[in-house]
Design a binder for this molecule. Sequence first.
Ligand SMILES: NC(=O)c1ccc[n+]([C@@H]2O[C@H](COP(=O)([O-])OP(=O)(O)OC[C@H]3O[C@@H](n4cnc5c(N)ncnc54)[C@H](O)[C@@H]3O)[C@@H](O)[C@H]2O)c1
Length: 260
Amino acid sequence: MRVQDKVVIVTGGANGIGSALCKRFAAEGAKAVIVADIEGEAACEVARSIGGSEYCANVASESDIQLLVDTVLKKYGQIDLFCSNAGIGVEGDCCVPDRDWSRIWEINVMAHVYAARAVLPGMLARKEGYLLQTVSAAGLLTQLGSAPYAVTKHGALALAEWLEITYGDCGIKVSALCPQGVKTRMLENAEFGGGAFLRETALEPDQVAEAVIQGLEAEQFLILPHPEVLEYFRRKAADYDRWIRGMRRLQANMQPLKAV
Ligand SMILES: NC(=O)c1ccc[n+]([C@@H]2O[C@H](COP(=O)([O-])OP(=O)(O)OC[C@H]3O[C@@H](n4cnc5c(N)ncnc54)[C@H](O)[C@@H]3O)[C@@H](O)[C@H]2O)c1
């Protein structure tokens, strides 16, 4: 899919990867770019800089997502591409309090479910539509230092796969964006720890946006801005036990993790 002349929504569009996507989609000639974020003012700034529209929404709230979709449908008649990108990190092991597990589950997993529920009826009626879900290499591999991030990103990838398998023959395309480190506020704040190597190989958000444009054009399920992630994923599938031993060594060299 080419984004030219398309109506596009990006959640988490006010910062980082989402902001780079909004800017790139506008540069590619999208008909409308809707910058949706819980940070209304920052969304407004991005929208103003690209001639898009801002929308203040909490993706953890199904009614917020439904209202966002209804508003855009009312104005433009259709949504071509919904980028479910907003996400958070929570550092820690299984002892992370339940309220934090719930919060990250709502944002990193349920928001994708709410988005699919809201946009699929219109897309299925038109037999056309694209869902881009920002997952993470952590969804294919793991996230050292953060059980909640590893688990929720695996969940997000599972949902993306399921949607593509289930609706692929009905004209719906799904892509899962799975970068490693990206130089955004999330990585700066080390919300999910994970070691220095994430920073050493971190990409600029613009580089991720370029990979997304190429991935959407190729209608590829997995979009991997760090190509080496494919090799790590292959190694994991080829010998799970060996891969786990390797990850334990990496973790041991990295940081002490509290025993569960
Ligand atoms: N930065 C990385 O290294 C990295 C790597 C892989 C995947 N990711 C994923 O990329 C996505 C974007 O992260 P980023 O690195 O650009 O982080 P970021 O913190 O720069 O941007 C995240 C945006 O999401 C918004 N947001 C957070 N919670 C929200 C909510 N409940 N409702 C609406 N908006 C909300 C924030 O306000 C912010 O604008 C996330 O899903 C993240 O897990 C990031």
